[in-house]
Design a protein around this ligand. Structure first.
Ligand code: N01
Length: 529
């Protein structure tokens, strides 16, 4: 690769693409290194059947260019993976981004040279790229979690991970298929696989709450009404904690009468989607309040799933909303099909996989294909996969051995001129990722502009600022009950991963306010040289 640029960006998902475009607009030279052969990040890799975004398409899109958002037409309430990928490709073409993206290049190491104040990135093939500024735009959910399932390598049929799905269509017709895992990816793919396969067995470790998507083609009049006031619509969205345009009732579920509770949750169940949890403001504040929506969904599962034993197994026992809520199309009804079985591997532990079967306690299930839907090494996986060595030999992998820490999810002490987009300590996964990405990118680009205008060569978060922000993140996470359940937010899905609450739970508006204050106070918490 051409081996020098001003800003080296890793990842050509929505973050890397926009940062490249933004920097170009400022006259700053930048180059993107991307492991895949195309743009789109998460939407490039996650091609499993049924993959779609659970944020409404009208909101899950860039807003930095009004012409782009006016011209692009989404076809459904929730866009499918192919449509979102097409959008990412359209953006790459529209802004001529590909000429500065090097594909098929996986970065393995990045080393800071203190004397020159610059980073050298090393790719898997040994090629290097040197840059003054280095940005990891590698996403929060981009490193597949591949649990060490005994005997998996002995399996003679195809094995698919939802996060690394083949680019060619996979045909399960006539096959006996196993799906391991019941997170969002599984919940989206199971109904589709069940319709095609001869038989499907779902291996569930923890039952998940899922709300119907009520997906439908977008009504042109509705789209027209949003586009007529897209800017205001986005501004209104940015004032809600998740940065999503929706009505969030701040009232207390505990103060509501049984009829009011029922009406509120029923209305949101009928509307569908993640806003179910917005019916009352205190559902994540106490177990007592949380029990109301949790019980509502369990009752719905029993109403939908005809076999009461199956329904019992599908009913989550943990609190609702601590793990990421799922949004589905026909998930629970799929378990009424004759060709679908469910095995609870907490009751019947998974023993091993053989050449042609998944063996659980007391049962051997013969299968032709395996779908591993076990999620991701979230938030820190992609950052720790690169051997990042900062000032004085500081290694990010060692620094984060007991869990991550970051200033605003944007920068770390001892790692000068390194920025992360939606790193740990950013509200990231608790928000609509696209506007949050845009906010981070604009903050980073403005910061680079500020440095260039003053001839600053280096920026580094101070240890005090990082410690203070990280302590604040942990304080906020300790309010309410979100952190009380095992989830990938706290690293609980990966064996041996330190249990630390990683995203910032204070919400999008407070986070943005803090970022703006930092700038207004001359980049408070950062040192320049
Ligand atoms: O992964 P997950 P995902 N043996 O971690 C189970 C986003 N997303 O890919 O709960 C057996 O949620 C695990 O069980 P448990 C979204 O943010 C968004 O589905 O750990 N099972 C769980 O059931 C989402 O939250 C969209 O006990 C094992 C499942 O595998 C995030 O990505 C669509 C196991 C993993 O669920 C991750 O979702 C899809 C083992 N060893 C995903 N290890 C949108 O719509 C794990 N499991 C935007």
């Amino acid at each position: 690769m051409e081996n020098r640029t001003e800003v080296a960006i890793v990842g050509a998902g929505f973050a890397g693409m926009y940062l490249l475009h933004r920097l170009r607009g400022m006259g700053v030279q930048a180059k993107v290194l991307e492991a895949g052969s195309g743009v789109g990040g998460t939407w490039y890799w996650n091609r499993y059947p049924g993959a779609r975004c659970d944020i409404e398409s009208i909101q899950y899109s860039y807003q930095f260019d009004d012409q782009l958002q006016q011209e692009w037409e989404w076809s459904e309430r929730y866009a499918t993976q192919p449509e979102i990928l097409k959008y990412a490709e359209h953006v790459a073409d529209r802004y001529d981004l590909r000429r500065d993206i090097q594909f098929n290049t996986r970065v393995r190491a990045a080393t800071y040279d203190e004397s020159a104040s610059e980073w050298t990135l090393q790719a898997e093939d040994g090629a290097t790229l040197t840059a003054r500024i280095y940005v990891m735009a590698t996403g929060c959910l981009s490193v597949p979690n591949k649990p060490d399932l005994k005997g998996l390598s002995d399996f003679s049929g195809p094995v698919y991970h939802t996060g690394e799905w083949p680019h060619e269509p996979v045909d399960f017709t006539g096959q006996r298929v196993a799906v391991i895992g019941t997170g969002s990816s599984a919940i989206q793919s199971i109904p589709r696989i069940a319709r095609q396969a001869k038989h499907l067995t779902v291996f569930q470790r923890t039952a998940n709450y899922s709300i119907p998507a009520r997906n439908a083609p977008l009504d042109p009049d509705y789209v027209k009404s949003i586009k007529a006031r897209y800017k205001e619509f986005r501004a209104e969205a940015s004032k809600t904690p998740p940065g999503i345009h929706a009505v969030f009732n701040p009232g207390s579920v505990l103060d509501a009468s049984p009829e009011e509770r029922e009406a509120a949750y029923e209305e949101r169940w009928q509307k569908g989607g993640l806003i179910f949890m917005g019916a009352f403001g205190d559902a994540m504040l106490s177990h007592e309040a949380n029990a109301v929506p949790a019980e509502f969904v369990r009752r719905k599962i029993h109403e939908i799933v005809k076999d009461p034993e199956m329904a019992d197994k599908l009913c989550p026992k943990n609190i609702i909303g601590a793990k990421r809520l799922c949004v589905d199309t026909e998930y629970y009804p799929t378990f009424n099909r004759d060709n679908v079985d469910l095995i609870d591997i907490k009751e019947q532990p998974l023993k091993e996989i053989t050449a042609n079967a998944v063996v659980v306690e007391g049962q051997e299930v013969e299968v032709d294909a395996l779908v591993i839907a076990t999620g991701f090494d979230a938030m820190t996986g992609a950052l720790k996969n690169v051997d990042i060595q900062g000032r004085g030999g500081a290694r990010l992998q060692e620094r984060w051995a007991d869990g991550p820490s970051s200033y605003l999810g944007l920068a770390m002490a001892d790692f000068p001129n390194l920025f992360t987009v939606t790193g740990p300590g950013s509200p990231s996964v608790f928000t609509n990722m696209l506007p949050t990405i845009e906010q981070h990118v604009e903050w980073i680009a403005d910061c680079i502009g500020y440095m260039n205008a003053r001839n600053y060569r280096c920026i580094e978060a101070t240890q005090d600022a990082e410690d203070e922000w990280w302590a604040h993140c942990q304080d906020v996470a300790s309010v309410g009950i979100k952190g009380t359940t095992d989830s990938w937010y706290i690293g609980a899905n990966i064996e041996g991963k330190p249990r630390v609450f990683m995203p910032y739970l204070g919400g999008y508006p407070l986070y943005c306010q803090r970022c703006e204050e930092v700038v207004a106070e001359g980049y408070k918490g950062f040192a320049f040289s």
